[in-house]
Design a protein around this ligand. Structure first.
Ligand code: ADP
Ligand code: MG
Length: 729
């Protein structure tokens, strides 16, 4: 029997792996592996602890002697936790994290070793950075980039290693990672939002950006995975006929979780909780074998780190349970792909959720201010926001009738829409009534329902939906670093709030009172950002036409979408907010384009190999057996034998046609790929050639392979089929 039958039989015989039950309650082990405030208090002296808190909460500067003291306490704790090594843990521009482990030992020069970890090592490291993507910022020969500690995200122990979250920058200070610009974007939105908040409440000193992500993923049995070179090398199936049953019965979503998967989830959750990740929700997703995990929302920088950690844990723990975890956005054609939902909001240090309806008229005006500014920011930069989530893999998912289309719009729900419409159509004077005795003008806004969260009808087709106390950005890719989208969201919001403040101040300077100035500016923004509001079905063709009429970015080609980073508006916004300089943005774009090309190049090579080495031989073998049969029928029965074999002869021709189409297709694909690779032009030209020339050839090859899968003898088919990959027991 073939390898395929062996691995499938094995997969179906597997039982859940026994995980030692956790005797302790989650409250006893939550954050156990993290050097959090509680550990700091225990392992640092009182003055050092106080200084650390000042650094973490107020951005105070760390000096060398303090770093030494913190490092000493951190080392002591980590060694008690069994750590022997430490590493700077950072997010290079690759969608994974990077680490280089060093042992805690120093040679003492007398033939012995001592355990050592100085403040200098905690604060800064110089990993040989030459093999991380830099988009040309740091020429390879220079090879100098350094990682620097980000004390706002706590250190943690993973296996035997103390991991220190760091930013990663070039020697001349340009960001080579996601974290450095993210921290700047968070800072920018904090400053800009505080200034706007002060119209309402002068006590507000800090505004936090919050992120609650929801992570979708697939699990497949590792034996089956190993028998699929495409899953192994690219994370997705490059071929495979749809299974008779997939998600049409809608029986997987929220269904009972298979036992083997439940055991995996339990272990994943325990490990995540130990790392201080507040995981909360788990359930089956729409597609067979698809699942979701979501934590409680957290401050954005920490949430991004936690998402990266969870993805690492998922892959690691899946292997212990005989699974492979697929984070690719579209592992299987014809069934739903995976995304990440980034729930985003802003909140003050005084405990006010700026995207939650207020309890008073003033509170409601503040709420409307932030909602309308968020809409204006998203409208102004809808193309850029789309660029922030675009990738070779996410391009397969967007617009695939299951995920938001490649057009950014915002759903507000009927309540909020009614409020904005009423505001837009009232005169500021009507909204500011003279109240009885004092003669002071009072706000009289349309009633805003307090519990919008329960009322918002969820429009699942909207990429940027208001869901009661936050916006949910649903177009983010499952594999992506959340930070990429969060850099853009927070930066564009910062820019918009800066502009809003200027406009309101100008109205006040022109003689308006504060509330009139706010209301009239909000009214003009409501009018301005109308084209971004869309509550209808985002999957429909009518919407695509309507969005184009409204002037929203409807471009589907990733290379062209990436160009949105380089428009005057985007460059101006990133520089005005201090988040990135032009050189950094150009370098990043170069990396996005190069990565796009490389990913499709790998897929295309592999598709060619598999088509020629796996599929054509199997089809030919089956075809030969048919030919053999026809000959024998003719030998025995003569003309009658040929007549009876009519269907087989048709099948022989059909197979011959598909095989020929595959062979010609592969050779054409190689030709256009070569041409694209040897283009003299820019990375953009190459990416465009891959999109326009290589991808269509790949699709055509796949179509012929999938047609063969339907007719070739099942016993001869060399690859596990969708029905075997997608239904775990
Ligand atoms: P659903 O699947 O209904 O969208 P989930 O409960 O799965 O909702 O996930 C919602 C996510 O949104 C969670 O991570 C949750 O913590 C987060 N969230 C809730 N309120 C806020 C908020 N104000 N700001 C940011 N994220 C939030
Ligand atoms: Mg959600």
């Amino acid at each position: 029997m073939s390898l395929r039958f062996d691995v499938v039989r094995d997969a179906f015989k597997k039982h859940p792996i026994e995980v030692e039950p956790q005797k302790e309650r989650p409250s006893a082990y939550f954050g156990k592996n993290v050097f959090n405030k509680q550990k700091m208090q225990q392992y640092l002296s009182a003055p050092v602890y106080a200084q650390m808190i000042d650094i973490m909460e107020n951005g105070a500067v760390m000096d060398r002697s303090l770093a030494d003291k913190v490092a000493e306490g951190m080392k002591k704790w980590a060694m008690e936790m069994g750590a022997t090594h430490y590493t700077h843990w950072f997010h290079p521009l690759t969608d994974t994290t990077a680490e280089k482990h060093d042992a805690f030992i120093e040679f003492d020069g007398k033939g012995g070793v001592i355990e050592e970890f100085k403040g200098k090592l905690l604060a800064q490291q110089e990993p040989d950075a030459s093999s991380f993507p830099s988009g040309g910022i740091r020429a390879t020969f220079e090879a100098r980039g350094y990682s620097a500690w980000d004390p706002t995200s706590p250190a943690f122990v993973m296996d035997d290693t103390l991991c220190i979250p760091t930013i990663f920058v070039s020697y001349t200070g340009e960001a080579l990672d996601y974290k450095a610009p993210l921290l700047k974007a968070i800072h920018a939105v904090d400053k800009a939002a505080v200034d706007v908040c002060r119209y309402f409440d002068p006590k507000i000193k800090k505004v936090y950006s919050y992120l609650g992500w929801e992570q979708e993923y697939f699990l497949v049995d590792e034996g089956i995975f190993a028998a699929r070179p495409d899953l192994l090398m690219t994370g997705r199936t490059l071929m495979g006929h749809g299974s008779a049953k997939d998600q049409q019965l809608e029986d997987h979503y929220f269904g009972a979780i298979p036992e083997r998967v439940a055991a995996f989830m339990r272990e994943l959750e325990v490990e995540a909780l130990k790392l201080g990740i507040p995981v909360k929700t788990r359930h089956n997703e729409v597609a067979p074998n698809q699942f979701e995990l979501a934590p409680m929302y957290e401050e954005t920088n920490l949430a991004c780190d936690h998402n990266m950690l969870v993805m690492t844990l998922m892959k690691k723990i899946a292997r212990k349970h005989g699974f492979r975890c697929l984070l690719h956005e579209k592992p299987f054609a014809g069934v739903n792909g995976s995304g990440k939902h980034n729930n985003w909001s802003l909140g003050t240090d005084t405990g006010i959720g700026l995207m939650s309806p207020g309890k008073t008229q003033e509170g409601n005006l503040m709420f409307v201010t932030f909602i309308v500014n968020a809409l204006a920011a998203v409208y102004r930069h809808n193309g850029l926001l789309k660029a922030s989530i675009m990738s070779a893999s996410n391009a397969h998912r967007l617009g695939a009738n299951e995920a938001p289309p490649a057009i950014i719009s915002s759903f507000l729900g009927s309540e909020l829409t009614a409020v904005l419409d009423a505001l837009e159509n009232s005169s500021p004077d009507a909204l500011l009534n003279l109240s009885g005795k004092s003669g002071k003008k009072m706000l009289d806004l349309p009633q805003i329902p307090e519990l919008l969260i329960d009322n918002t009808d969820r429009n699942r087709t909207s990429p940027f939906a208001f869901t009661g106390n936050r916006f949910e950005f649903r177009a983010v890719g499952s594999e992506a670093n959340c930070a990429c989208a969060m850099i853009v969201i927070n930066s564009i919001m910062a820019e918009q709030l800066l502009d809003f403040k200027k406009a309101v101040d100008a109205r006040i300077a022109g003689g308006m009172d504060k509330n009139s100035a706010l209301i009239s500016e909000i009214q003009s923004l409501i009018k301005f950002c109308k084209p971004i509001r869309f509550d209808g079905n985002g999957y429909s063709d009518e919407w695509k036409a309507e969005a184009a009429r409204r002037g929203l970015d409807c471009e589907p080609c990733p290379a062209k979408i990436f160009e949105n980073y380089l428009t005057e508006d985007s460059l101006g916004m990133f520089t005005a907010t201090g988040v990135m300089a032009e050189g950094e943005i150009r370098a990043r774009n170069e990396i996005k384009l190069e990565t796009y090309v490389k990913k499709i190049q790998i897929e295309s090579r592999l598709l060619g190999d598999m088509a020629i080495n796996h599929i054509v031989p199997a089809a030919t073998k089956f075809q030969n057996s048919l030919v053999d049969n026809v000959y024998k029928m003719k030998d025995i029965l003569g003309a009658e034998g040929l007549e009876i074999s009519e269907k087989n002869i048709e099948l022989i021709k059909k197979i011959a046609c598909h095989v020929k189409a595959i062979e010609i297709g592969v050779s054409d694909m190689i030709t256009v790929r070569r041409r694209a690779n040897h283009l003299d032009g820019t990375a953009y030209d190459k990416a465009l050639a891959y999109y326009e020339d290589v991808l269509p050839k790949m699709d055509a090859i796949r179509e012929n392979i999938d047609a063969l899968e339907e007719i070739v003898d099942d016993r001869l088919w060399p690859l596990p089929k969708y029905r075997e990959i997608l239904f775990l027991r």
